[in-house]
Design a protein around this ligand. Sequence first.
Ligand SMILES: N[C@@H](CCC(=O)N[C@@H](CS)C(=O)NCC(=O)O)C(=O)O
Length: 283
Amino acid sequence: MTEKYTPPKIWKYVEGNGGKFAGINRPFAGARTEKKLPVGEHQFQLYSLGTPNGMKVTIMFEELLELGIKEAEYDAYLINIGEGDQFTSGFVEINPNSKIPAMLDKNNGKPIHVFESGSILLYLAEKFGKFLPTDLAGRTKVLNWLFWQVGSAPFVGGGFGHFYAYAPEKFEYPIDRFAMETKRQLDVLDKELEKNKFIAGDEYTIADMAIFPWYGLLVKGKIYDAGEFLSVHEYKNVQRWADDIIQRKAVARGRMVNRPSGPETEQVKERHSSKDFEGKSIS
Ligand SMILES: N[C@@H](CCC(=O)N[C@@H](CS)C(=O)NCC(=O)O)C(=O)O
């Protein structure tokens, strides 16, 4: 690091303290503007963005629809976090934590709010009885990995990704610290995927759907442009698992929903029916 920093006695918020997200980050919670969310015709309303956390849920919806479950039809609206859509009163009512993804189940007039991607995956898995075993041992295995993902990915996203891709300068200490942890986590997955086809056994489950958008896309060099830096080719079993998952039709559709950037042909900014995917594809 260039300058030696001594923390003051009391930390104080300084507006616009640098970094890519300085414009939206504040040390307090709650709505900043009054605005209702749009509501579509389907039972499920998703308010999200095509980041890895958002993708987990759109992949799950598309997998349920791929099984022919019509009740899983959903409307997906784009929440532009760079513009602060997550701080509107409508969004905060569903998720007081102001982070995508957030979901509304109209539930026959008794609305249920669901937030946290892991909670949404579990909710949908239980609602439709899919992608989560019902026996105690099998279910626990899946939930172990689902909770592992939710607890581990912040070291990759908020830690490694932030300092490698978004911080105003490249600082050696945090990049070292979080590159090491990211590689350790990839090795955890690699060792597990040496034993199993999928992360919690022979079946594809919500644990794979949670882990793939972070670690699968990372080893495929599709997030943070860090494939070479992290030597992702070393994780042969994670590569094999990611190759299996990335070619699933539902995963391809899920990756396009609410996608904020990239070629137009890879983006389905709002999703209301299968027709929205016409003429779209993603590699
Ligand atoms: N633990 C949360 C994390 C969600 C999250 O970090 N969402 C980010 C985008 S990937 C967000 O909405 N950020 C907006 C903000 O921090 O203001 C989950 O898994 O749902």
